[in-house]
Design a binder for this molecule. Structure first.
Ligand code: HPA
Ligand code: ZN
Length: 324
């Protein structure tokens, strides 16, 4: 099983680049940039990663990002992730970045994106990994801030394939960003949104109906609405599911309770992803193992997750064939 998962050509569609900041790199950057962090060793950082819900994670995640100051830091962060992709046979990735996390602390938008883009280009050339970049708006901030961020993105229009929506779902429903997403759609950006992770199934409906998303990130709470489940199967709307994340953030009490295999068997376009692997205990292969270990999956089921991810990706239709 381990060999089959390792060998499977994988595509990752739900990955926050800030969530790949390993404690060792956090320490290295804190020293290099003379940023104080409230930990004395990488081990101590790891032991602080005990979360009770999404917000308790986000508080630590935004704090971690404080060590990222220069273009080189964003390059190093992204390059580390791509090397891990290479080790795990992840052939294509569509990565999220949260510009507001950085612009709010005075880091220029171009510093962030240039560092990431340079690493993605090196990944293409040296590792053969293709990629797309998705700009996420922080939903706990207001519409005005999201619109400002979208304006900043226009100078990099060709480098950003789509926009997304992340951060605290409770109290920040998708409709808060309907006008921002409408503008992004007019500008030709693809659209995704976190919905139905901690929030209700209704957020999935609103993301589809008001934000016109091409994919739903997480979406596991769809099962609370059987008509929605039927609609997701019929439309083959992709869900980018993140098993280890869901356990760490207590969306499910343990992996046996996770519904991803139930959704797969119903014929939904579900995919496996790592979300914030440095915080949740594993990259792509470990997310596959976590599910395969508990549900005794066949090779065919495992391969279907990869086929779904290829279908759900923003790869040009002509190029999808090369990955299948
Ligand atoms: N949910 C919402 N916001 C996030 C997440 C997540 O899983 N990861 C990073 N930002
Ligand atoms: Zn996420």
């Amino acid at each position: 099983m381990r060999e089959f998962i390792q060998g499977l050509p994988k595509v990752e569609l739900h990955l926050h680049i800030e969530g790949t900041l390993e404690p060792e790199l956090m320490f290295e950057l804190a020293q290099r940039n003379q940023v104080k962090i409230p930990f004395s060793s990488p081990e101590q950082v790891r032991s602080a990663y005990q979360f009770s819900n999404l917000q308790s994670f986000l508080d630590i995640y935004y704090q971690g990002a404080n060590v990222l100051l220069y273009q080189q830091d964003f390059f190093d962060l992204t390059w580390h992730y791509l090397l891990q992709c290479h080790r795990e046979n992840v052939r294509h990735c569509e990565i999220f970045f949260d510009p507001q996390t950085h612009t709010q602390r005075g880091i220029a938008f171009e510093t962030v994106i240039n560092g990431i883009i340079q690493a993605l280009e090196k990944g293409r050339q040296e590792l053969g990994i293709t990629s797309h970049l998705i700009l996420c708006f922080l939903r706990h901030l207001d519409e005005h801030s999201a619109l400002q961020t979208l304006d900043q993105a226009l100078a990099y229009r060709e480098l950003i394939i789509g926009v997304g929506l992340d951060s605290s779902e409770q109290g920040n429903p998708p409709q808060k960003f309907a006008r921002v997403f409408a503008k992004a759609e007019r500008l030709g950006f693809k659209r995704v949104a976190h919905a139905g992770e901690e929030g209700p199934a209704q957020n999935i409906r609103t993301a589809i109906e008001s934000l016109h998303v091409n994919r739903v990130d997480h979406g596991v709470r769809c099962v609370e609405d059987s008509a929605l489940v039927a609609q997701l199967i019929e439309s083959q709307m992709p869900l980018t599911v993140c098993p280890l994340s869901n356990i760490k953030l207590k969306v499910f009490s343990n992996m046996r309770e996770h519904n991803i295999v139930e959704l797969l068997d119903k014929g939904m376009c579900v995919t496996i992803n790592s979300d914030d692997p440095a915080y949740f205990g594993g990259y792509m292969n470990q997310n596959f193992h976590a599910i395969a270990d508990v549900f005794a999956l066949t090779h065919q089921q495992l391969a279907k997750f990869s086929i779904n991810a290829i279908n759900a990706s923003f790869i040009h239709e002509d190029d999808k064939q090369k990955l299948r």
